[in-house]
Design a protein around this ligand. Sequence first.
Ligand SMILES: *Cc1c(COP(=O)(O)O)cnc(C)c1O
Length: 359
Amino acid sequence: MSETTPKLRPELDGIPTYKPGRPAAAGGPVAYKLSSNENPYPPLPGVMESALSAAQSFNRYPDMACTGLMEELADRFGVPLTHLATGTGSVGVAQSLLQSTSGPGDEVIFAWRSFEAYPIITQISGATAVRVPLTEGEVHDLDAMADAITDRTRLIFVCNPNNPTGTVVRRAALERFLDRVPSDVLVVLDEAYREFIRDPEVPDGIEIYRHRPNVAVLRTFSKAYGLAGLRVGFAVAHEPVADALRKTAVPFGVSQLAQDAAVASLRAEDELLGRVGSLVAERVRVRDGLVEQGWTVPETQANFVWLRLGDRTVDFAAACEKAGVVIRPFAGEGVRVTIGEHEANDVFLKTAEGFRKEA
Ligand SMILES: *Cc1c(COP(=O)(O)O)cnc(C)c1O
């Protein structure tokens, strides 16, 4: 017997494993999970009913074409069916976007720090990640991103609002950037937190895509719609791109539970967006509270806040955990704290205040 192992693609060497937000500690004090930007509200009864009803037939494969969901989305967003593609969360769709556009020798540009999945899925594709630092104000540096384009660039992510900083790019800046991007380079507007935006100057990516064939928009049911555990997201893109996404998607990736729950969520949108409104009010309360305590907190349009703590990051996360709140530290950089239920936000604010006084 030889001592060799199966040959694995060298591109996989050194890929960081995706670090999910830690679960709330079992058996600890009251534990709140503010580490994964999930929706703290439980599923709506009607949505739950749809999922449970779909569960009656999980001996069968789901509808591979997601017909019902696609029709609902086409209707809701006023886009042709041929411009839609669904996937196992918008991360699943993002991975298909890379598979469709990029391989060894190609370059993928994104801001940094931004969504943790970007470097991972880029490296899996074999393409080279080009990370463009955020500005001092923790915002995408769109000029520098445009400057980073070469003839090897295949795809550019713009995360709006940006995870983990919550910052946004506004209409004029985004249009100016898009004018500089060659028409054969795909720009992906990742709008996972779209529903939490209240700044009227932030454009709706679906309006931008309509007059720009090289723009694709990613949306998800995981955040505002509260279906993180069911894994369903979608892209809106012009036909060649949407076609490629349907080709590269994992067959039967979106379960029937997820499809039916997503349709039910779109139909219950008023109620769900009402909950988003409450979370936005909590976001304002949390950020104002932090600013009052003396913290510097970037203006956030998402369901989380960002504190750049540098080398105090890990200590701060430990203090929160001791108080019963699990947050998301990025060691040496800062922490991202999801807006949760009112009591959770109170515990967090109190802990942040205590930490400041001690420091
Ligand atoms: C949470 C998030 C997603 C969505 O992930 P799903 O796979 O749809 O659950 C996509 N992009 C960003 C920036 C996110 O923060």
